[in-house]
Design a protein around this ligand. Structure first.
Ligand SMILES: CC(C)(COP(=O)(O)OP(=O)(O)OC[C@H]1O[C@@H](n2cnc3c(N)ncnc32)[C@H](O)[C@@H]1OP(=O)(O)O)[C@@H](O)C(=O)NCCC(=O)NCCSC(=O)CCC(=O)c1ccccc1C(=O)O
Length: 278
């Protein structure tokens, strides 16, 4: 990728091994930094991504988050097959097996700021599901997409299947999973897998431009819209997320605060002054 004209600076003091974490203009960027394995993730990579996402969530300067991969050959090639164990997961450096990509997926879904996948090269296997769970995907012309699970002895029948069929339709989603074909950026755009496709050299600028446009808009509106978009496919956990926003907004009203004040002042609450709106 070409040298960036964006003034990226470290987003935290935390030391990471598998990712880079920086920010600029109100946007945090998390980069999977394992290009020698096409940015395949191992358990430690996913833990670090979750830590960075948490920090980005807490950072009041950050209004949008970009997920990407180092270099221009791959966004992410999914679980690192070279450390896949026999005991139901991917081995960490202590020999413990994990399937923590699923935790990361849920975290992206519930993060109350837009998460944008910036995809150059391969987004394949669990790396394909990773871009799918992001809110938006900006792809370079060299991006290639697909699932490999049934070929390499794996599957993601959760978000990997469910969100895919919502994005591209049931028949196409089954084709993608059952046949394990690869699709170029143009095909991905046509089937609704990505939001736009740009030349590789414009990928970062275009992604930042989409983030800048979102940053001009109401953070609460974006937050509640994201929860609303996800609510039905996330079941009661989705309703919980959406309802949590209602609670937060209610806490900001005089009506909500009357209940708190009455308790603290040891008096009965007086809700009579609050309108029963039509
Ligand atoms: C993407 C390819 C088609 C690209 O092919 P090519 O351009 O020819 O490059 P290569 O020479 O193959 O690759 C270069 C280099 O990278 C290594 N590499 C690539 N991908 C991986 C990988 N996933 N793991 C480990 N290493 C990888 C490759 O070996 C080369 O290095 P060498 O030193 O030369 O060996 C092609 O690379 C390819 O097909 N890659 C594999 C894609 C794949 O199958 N990914 C895994 C799918 S399964 C998965 O991701 C499940 C994980 C998951 O999220 C999940 C799902 C459900 C429940 C839980 C979980 C979870 O928690 O993990």
């Amino acid at each position: 990728m070409t040298t960036s004209p964006i003034a990226w600076k470290p987003a935290s003091d935390q030391k990471f091994q598998d990712i880079l974490f920086d920010k600029a203009e109100g946007v945090a960027r998390i980069t999977i930094n394992r290009p020698e394995r096409h940015n395949a993730f191992r358990p430690e990579t996913l833990d670090e991504m979750m830590t960075a996402l948490h920090l980005a969530r807490l950072d009041p300067e950050v209004g949008a988050i970009i997920l990407t991969g180092a270099g221009d050959k791959a966004f992410c090639s999914g679980g690192d097959q070279k450390i896949r164990g026999e005991d139901g997961g991917y081995r960490d450096s202590h020999g413990v097996n994990h399937l923590n990509a699923l935790d990361l997926q849920r975290m992206i879904r519930t993060l109350p700021k837009p998460v944008v996948a910036m995809v150059a090269g391969w987004a394949i296997g669990g790396g394909h599901v990773l871009h799918l769970v992001c809110d938006l995907t900006i792809a370079a012309e060299n991006a290639r997409f697909g699932q490999t699970g049934p070929k390499v002895g794996s599957f993601d029948a959760g978000y990997g299947a469910g969100l895919m069929s919502r994005a591209v339709g049931l028949k196409k989603a089954k084709e993608i999973w059952f046949l394990c074909r690869q699709y170029d950026a143009k095909e991905a755009l046509e089937m609704g897998l990505v939001n736009t496709v740009v030349p590789l050299e414009r990928l970062e600028e275009e992604t930042m431009q989409w983030c800048r446009e979102m940053l001009r808009h109401s953070p609460t509106a974006l937050r509640v819209l994201k929860a609303g978009f996800n609510a039905d496919s996330d079941g009661l956990a989705g309703v919980q997320e959406l309802a949590g926003n209602a609670t937060a907004l209610f806490y900001m009203t005089q009506e909500g605060q009357e209940g708190r004040d009455a308790f603290v002042e040891k008096r009965p609450p007086d809700f009579s002054k609050f309108t029963r709106r039509p």
